[in-house]
Design a protein around this ligand. Structure first.
Ligand SMILES: [Zn+2]
Length: 393
C-alpha cells in the first residue's frame, strides 16, 4: 500500500469509523455519507447522497453484486425515507463507482450524470469489442515485451483474462436487462446520460455544486465542489493514506497520465481553500486538502528521482525498475498495475527530457539518464521506501 511519509501527520479526520452497512451519516447539511462493501485490502467504497427538494442525488454507486444491490434497497426505504433518486452521478468509470448505476437509474427512471470520456469508456468496458482485447493481441504482447517482461508473464495474463471474460459473459447472460446493455464485463450500464463538463454548476437542494474535472487516474474524472458548504467530493482523484493508480496500459503505450495527474493537482491547489472538507471514495473524510495534494506531488517527484538515479547507474528496462517502486514480490495482476505505474513515471521523465530510451535488438526498451543536472539533484539515501504493492484503485 502506498503510504507517503507522514501522510497522516497534517491531515485531520473528524470521523474514526465508516457508517454501518445500510446506514448513512450526515456529514454536512444535506450531504450524507455511506459505505458499500468491496473485496480486497481496501474492503469499502464511500458513496454520498445529496438532498434535493424532491429527492436525492447519488454520487457513485458501488460494485455490481447482490449484496450491494440489497443494501441500496435497504437505504431507499430506510435513511432515504422512501423519496426518489433524481439523478445518479458517477465520478469516473471504474466498476466500484459505476456498478449499480444501471440498477438505480432503472429503478427510479432517472438520469445518469457523467463526463463524456468517463461515460464512453464505461460503455466501451461493459459492451465493447470482446473485452480487454489488448491483453490478447500483438499490441499487448509487444507492450509487455518492450517493457522487458518475461513472455511467460504475458501467457499468464492471457489465461487470466480469458477465464475472467468467460465468467463475466456467463454472468452478463444471467443479469442482462433490456436497454441497459449488459456486456462481456458482466455489468449492465445505462445507454444514455447527461454530460457533465468542467466548471458546470449543479443546483441541488439550495447548494451549488461545481464540477471540477481531474485526470490521470481515469480519463475525465469529475469531482464536485460546494463553496457554500466548503465540501469537496473527490472520488479517487484525491485520497488520503493511499495513492490512486496512475498507469500506462497497452491501449495507449505512449500515454503520459502522470503529467495530467500532476497538472490536475496543480489546478486543484489553485481552487481549493485550506479549510475544505474532503469526502473521498476510499478511507475516511478529512481536512487538509492542500497538504494532501502537496504530499502526492512530492511522492511522485520522489519516485521519479529514484527511477532516474537507477537509470544513471546503467540503462534499465521498465521491468527492472519494479523493485525501485515496489518492495514485495507481486502477483501477476499487481505486477501489471505496477508495470503500468513504472512506465507512467518513465514516460513523464522522457517528456521532461531527463531520460531517453533505446530499443535493443531483443525488442526491449532500455532507459538511461541524459540530464547533466542529475548529480546536483541526487538524493540516494533520502528516498521514501518502495511501496508495498500497487493499489487496485
Ligand atoms: Zn478509480
Amino acid at each position: 500500500m502506498a503510504v507517503p511519509p507522514n501522510s497522516t501527520a497534517e491531515l485531520r479526520y473528524p470521523y474514526d469509523a465508516h457508517p454501518a452497512p445500510g446506514t448513512t451519516i450526515e456529514v454536512a447539511p444535506g450531504v450524507r455519507w455511506l459505505s458499500m462493501p468491496m473485496g480486497g485490502s481496501l474492503n469499502h467504497i464511500n458513496l454520498y447522497l445529496l438532498e434535493d427538494d424532491a429527492g436525492w442525488y447519488v454520487v457513485d454507486t458501488g460494485l455490481h453484486n447482490e449484496e450491494v444491490e440489497r443494501l441500496w434497497h435497504t437505504l431507499f426505504q430506510g435513511d432515504m425515507g422512501g423519496r426518489p433518486v433524481l439523478g445518479v452521478i458517477c465520478t469516473h468509470m471504474h466498476p466500484d463507482h459505476t456498478g449499480q448505476a444501471a440498477m438505480i437509474t432503472e429503478h427510479f427512471q432517472c438520469p445518469l450524470l457523467m463526463t463524456q470520456l468517463e461515460f464512453l469508456h464505461t460503455r466501451m468496458m461493459v459492451g465493447g469489442g470482446g473485452g480487454p482485447s489488448h491483453m490478447l493481441n500483438w499490441q499487448g504482447r509487444r507492450h509487455f515485451q518492450r517493457a522487458g517482461m518475461d513472455m511467460s508473464f504475458f501467457a499468464q495474463m492471457e489465461a487470466m483474462w480469458q477465464a475472467r471474460m468467460e465468467e463475466a459473459r456467463q454472468k452478463a447472460d444471467a443479469t442482462a436487462q433490456p436497454g441497459s446493455g449488459g456486456g462481456p464485463m458482466g455489468m449492465p450500464f445505462p445507454a444514455s446520460y447527461q454530460r457533465l463538463v468542467d466548471g458546470q454548476i449543479l443546483q441541488i437542494g439550495g447548494n451549488e455544486w461545481q464540477v471540477l474535472v481531474g485526470a490521470g487516474h481515469s480519463p475525465e474524472h469529475a469531482c464536485l465542489y460546494c463553496r457554500q458548504l466548503g465540501v469537496l467530493i473527490s472520488g479517487d482523484q484525491i485520497l488520503p493514506v493511499i495513492t490512486s493508480n496512475v498507469s500506462v496500459q497497452p491501449t495507449e503505450p505512449e500515454a503520459n497520465p502522470l503529467r495530467i495527474w500532476l497538472d490536475a493537482h496543480d489546478r486543484f491547489l489553485g481552487v481549493l481553500p485550506p479549510e475544505t472538507f474532503v469526502l473521498p471514495a476510499h478511507n475516511l473524510p478529512f481536512y487538509g486538502v492542500r497538504e494532501r495534494l502537496r504530499q502526492l506531488i512530492v511522492h511522485h517527484e520522489d519516485r521519479m528521482l529514484a527511477v532516474e538515479e537507477a537509470c544513471a547507474e546503467s540503462p534499465r528496462t521498465a521491468a527492472e525498475l519494479l523493485p525501485v517502486l515496489f518492495r514485495r514480490e507481486l502477483e501477476p495482476m499487481q505486477k501489471m498495475m505496477a508495470l503500468g505505474e513504472a512506465i507512467a513515471h518513465l514516460n513523464l521523465l522522457r517528456h521532461r527530457y531527463r531520460l531517453e530510451r533505446e530499443l535493443g535488438e531483443d525488442g526491449v526498451y532500455r532507459y538511461h539518464s541524459i540530464d547533466p543536472t542529475l548529480p546536483r539533484r541526487l538524493n540516494p539515501k533520502e528516498h521514501e521506501d518502495p511501496e508495498d504493492a500497487p493499489m487496485f484503485i
